[in-house]
Design a protein around this ligand. Structure first.
Ligand code: ATP
Ligand code: MG
Length: 585
């Protein structure tokens, strides 16, 4: 049950001072609270035997008041320390969680859905953090404080009476441990359901345009209703056990009181106890109610924290699918890129998505990758990013196998424009600066010029400071592509990968961009995949993919003369472009 605290051991060691101060003061406050009932009991006894005087009465009252002020201050301090610790551990764990997510590669995000990850990063982390604050409080109160009261009652008042009054205690412990197990189980299930619901919300909000366009609002609402119902049912199952805690404790406390009162009065009649002592005793019994509740709360918090920690650790303990070698190779500059018999399949795929690929790309060359949709163009280009575990065969950069090159180094060489544009909900400038930190406006404008985005920029309301909206919704498809291109151009990378990155621009703009790429990138390696052959006519080498295999390759002229898929496609596109040119003129 306390595995969660053991797991947070590093934190308690780190925050040793905070917890020492907090827990010691918590105990001091508890002990101090024992004084007023005893003072009151003494006063009553003095009244009963008639020895009370104004001075002694004032002294009692002043002492009680003094005690209360003292308790007020130290309670403030321990609360601040303990609950501050709770917030601190939440922050630390969350940063660690996020850092871990950033180390993960795409296969991880194919297995884990965003909504669920978010549930773990918010709800679950909070419930883990609670164990470091409220959990520590209940732990102290239900053990040390309870023991202190117990000792006070048995030494100051009467051992016999105390023992009789705590007979119900073991039953509380027993009931709590039974409830605790059930809570743990049900809470895990409820948190999983919450993750699913999060995911659903994310997907619906992100896909709202499609949902509306297909008039699926009602269906989506229904789907959501059933999922919220599921979350509700599962949380209700937790609440059903939760609800047992309080009545069980109240019952036991009630029995305690009854025993204490009945047996106490008996003892008073037999002159083994004064009336004042009986009053004090009853006040102490009252003080035991909270520690007994604390036992229940403790079990509850620890079980939830434990269940949540399991869910968080499940993520934290997943190893990255692609890890750097412990002894990485030294490569300062990427030179030749070679593929030797590369065969690859995605972790979830049942067929090879790349099959026996052989390629040899010298520095400064441009590679064109074409082929029908789904033929493996993106898959081939992404191999260089090393996002997935490699398949068989070898990929070499400057003669060094890809797996021996540290990921950070590799990515610093590469400028990548993915097929799906990803823009952040920031300004155009910030989106482009992503490629080169603190780039000056001059450099940004140059990259924008290369990407043929300059004319569009003038039409944007705030120029470089225009906000692009979430995922770039405020830009057109072609504009988004060219902002992405600018982002890749600005770092002037050694290797530039354009995955169908010109698909949404018109033929004339495409020609302008290609021309710019050719002049700006002489001497640097460029890989381009496309459906429009005009974008790669100039390439030094072109490959045609079909079901992950190279079926034709050569230069533009060579491929035309081969008369295969490339020729056929080229002729068709010529006809189409002639037709559209005709329309324009
Ligand atoms: P397009 O021209 O439409 O962009 P493409 O040539 O780029 O197509 P790829 O994206 O490389 O095609 O996909 C090649 C094959 O790999 C497809 O059959 C696809 O279903 C499969 N595939 C792509 N991504 C994944 C993935 N993450 N997991 C499993 N299979 C995948
Ligand atoms: Mg693709």
């Amino acid at each position: 049950m306390f595995s969660v605290l053991r797991n947070l051991g590093w934190f308690f060691r780190r925050e040793k001072r905070r917890y020492t101060v907090g827990l010691v003061l918590l105990i001091v406050a508890g002990v101090a609270e024992l004084a007023p009932p005893r003072l009151l009991g003494n006063a009553i006894d003095e009244i009963v035997n008639g020895s009370i005087s104004w001075t002694s009465l004032t002294r009692y009252i002043l002492m009680i008041l003094g005690m209360l002020v003292f308790i007020y201050f130290i309670t403030y301090i321990w609360m601040r320390e303990l609950f501050g610790g709770s917030n601190l551990v939440e922050r630390l764990l969350r940063s660690r969680f996020m850092a871990h997510l950033l180390r993960m590669t795409p296969p991880f995000f194919e297995r884990n859905r965003t909504g669920d990850l978010m549930a773990r990063a918010t709800n679950d982390l909070r419930s883990v953090a609670q164990t470091a604050g409220f959990g520590m409080l209940t732990l102290t109160d239900s053990t040390i404080f309870l023991a202190v009261i117990f000792i006070a009652m048995s030494t100051i008042i009467s051992l016999k009476l105390t023992l009789a009054a705590i007979i119900p205690l073991p039953f509380i412990a027993l009931a709590m441990s039974i409830y605790g197990k059930v809570i743990h189980q049900r809470y895990t299930v409820a948190q999983d359901a919450f993750g699913d619901m999060n995911d659903q919300v994310l997907e619906s909000v992100a896909g709202i345009r499609v949902i509306r366009a297909y008039v699926q609002e009602r269906n989506d609402e229904k789907r959501f209703e059933s999922i919220t119902n599921d979350v509700y049912e599962k949380n209700l199952a937790v609440a059903r056990v939760d609800a047992f805690f309080e009545p069980t404790i109240r019952l036991c406390v009630g029995i305690s009181y009854a025993i204490g009162l009945a047996y106490g009065i008996y003892l008073v009649f037999h002159n083994e106890l004064t009336l004042g002592e009986l009053v004090s005793f009853n006040m102490y019994l009252g003080m035991m109610i909270w520690p007994m509740f604390a036992i229940g709360e403790l079990i509850n918090v620890m079980q939830r924290g434990g269940a949540s920690l399991d869910r968080v650790n499940e993520i934290l303990y997943t190893k990255p699918d692609v890890e750097d070698k412990s002894t990485p190779a030294e490569v300062s500059q990427p030179e030749r890129i070679e593929f030797k018999d590369v065969t690859f399949r995605y972790p979830t795929s049942s067929v090879d998505n790349l099959n026996q690929i052989n390629l040899n790309l010298h520095p400064g060359e441009t590679l064109g990758v074409v082929g029908r949709t789904g033929s493996g163009k993106s898959t081939l280009l992404k191999q260089l990013l090393h996002e997935y575990p490699l398949g068989t065969g070898e990929i070499l950069i400057s003669g060094v196998p890809l797996e021996n090159i540290p990921a950070e180094k590799l990515h610093s060489w590469i400028g990548y424009v993915p097929q799906e544009q990803i823009l952040f909900s920031k300004t155009v400038r910030q989106n482009i600066q992503f490629g080169l930190k603190d780039a000056s406006d001059e450099t940004i404008l140059e990259a924008i010029h290369t990407a043929a985005f300059d004319q569009d920029l003038q039409t944007l309301s705030d120029g470089l400071d225009t906000l692009v909206g979430e995922k770039g919704v405020a830009l057109s498809g072609g504009q988004k592509q060219r902002v992405s291109l600018s982002r890749a151009f600005i770092a002037d990378p050694e290797i530039l990968i354009l995955d169908d990155a010109l698909s949404a621009v018109d033929a004339r703009t495409e020609a302008r961009i290609i021309e710019n790429i050719r002049s700006k990138r002489s001497g640097k390696t460029t890989l381009i995949s496309t459906h429009r052959l005009s974008a790669i006519e100039h390439a030094d080498h072109i490959i045609v993919l079909e079901k992950g295999q190279i079926i034709e390759q050569g230069t533009h002229e060579e491929l035309l003369s081969q008369g295969g898929w490339y020729r056929e496609q080229y002729d068709r596109q010529q006809v189409e472009s002639n037709l559209s040119d005709g329309e324009v003129s």
